[in-house]
Ligand binder design. Sequence first.
Ligand code: SAJ
Length: 428
Amino acid sequence: MANNPLETVCVIGLGYIGLPTAAVLAQAGKRVTGVDLQESVVESVNAGRVPFVEEGLETVVAGAVARERLHAQTSTPPANAYIVSVPTPFKEGHTADLGYIESAARSIAPQLTGGELVVLESTSPPGTTEHMADVILSERSDLTAAPGLPTSLYFSHAPERVLPGRIMIEMVDNDRIIGGTTEAASQLTRTLYESFCRGELLLTDARTAEMAKLTENAFRDVNIAFANELSLIADQLKIDVWDLIELANHHPRVNILQPGPGVGGHCIAVDPWFIIDAAPSTSRLIRTARDVNDSKPDAVLQKTLKAAERFKAPRVAALGIAFKANIDDLRQSPSRDIVGRLADSLEDGTVLVSEPNIEQLPMELAGRPNIELVGLDDALEQADIVLLLVDHVQFKNVDPDSLQAKVIIDTRGIWNWARQLSGATPPP
Ligand code: SAJ
């Protein structure tokens, strides 16, 4: 075992994952420095505030800052352990952009003296942890990845698996995969993570850990694609897909997910591409699933435009533009894309957006003459067509009587009663 006390930890990247990780480590008694390039994030954390919405996080951050266990800054300091939690967006052609990981590695390199642990948490293509180690070692030829020497460094991957909205619970309770580039690195990482993680710690190698995280999200993507493809088939065959799935799911070994207007967010719609990019000729099913899910917003758009043909100046109430229910996150949201393209296509029509979790429209939709952000009641009252895009709790309680004369397109299947209304169209 490496001779590392793991008392000081530096977390690089104070976003949705890095900040909660820094907070729970500080709560567990570590001295934590959080590093972020954005001054505004650093200032906010040092004032005990959280720059985004996540249930239960602010109390832990404020407590840790007050007890001087957590501090934020823009530069990388010396530490016993580093956790890299920066974005891995994709570039043109769906290949991963490792630029943020590489610059985090370069900021760590000058601080090292030997014995330190460097953990990559960012979701990454297979081989990225080894690449991060190479970047550090290429700057520090006096240090080594071979374990057991005073000059040894320890590298591993510990992917996060938390669900936004439940991060503070899942970060502590979920099982955690840990993959070191050496067995000694895995063991040292386990010691760090068992300080705050109550779930099982599952040790493997770095590449398998990277692939396991991608596999989890690709599995979900493929299963959602199955539901989305079924919804298109059912529409063609004039069958109600929600009844169909409910019936099929009574089989003890069938568990079909729910169709929707497409797959959004920064994980499920992105991570499968890292597998496809790593093994392009063999990832046939995973690629097709991506294509099926990416084509769903267009199917919803076409169905809405067809319904709009019967109105001279159609008013479409678009309910929800978040990427999923009961959050304010609009990243890679299929509903947001549908709203923009609908407004482009409706020459004399208007799109009335109702999104209870935001106060203003995102930049590309704001200020357009035929898109308005309105309250739910206004949207429903004025609309000819009601297009349900997100299953927010506020929409579940809509009074069926208020929609009697409208065309209804329910992409989430939450309004069972809509299927019996005259003039209502079954969901796509
Ligand atoms: N969706 C459907 N039908 C379904 C389920 C989801 O259309 O039956 C859509 C949602 O509306 C949304 C998208 O899929 O647009 C993704 O939502 P999600 O709830 O499936 O997943 P995320 O992106 O919020 O979080 C996922 C989780 N991964 C898995 O469940 C395998 C989470 O545990 C990961 O930590 C997270 O990705 C991540 O950071 O990778």
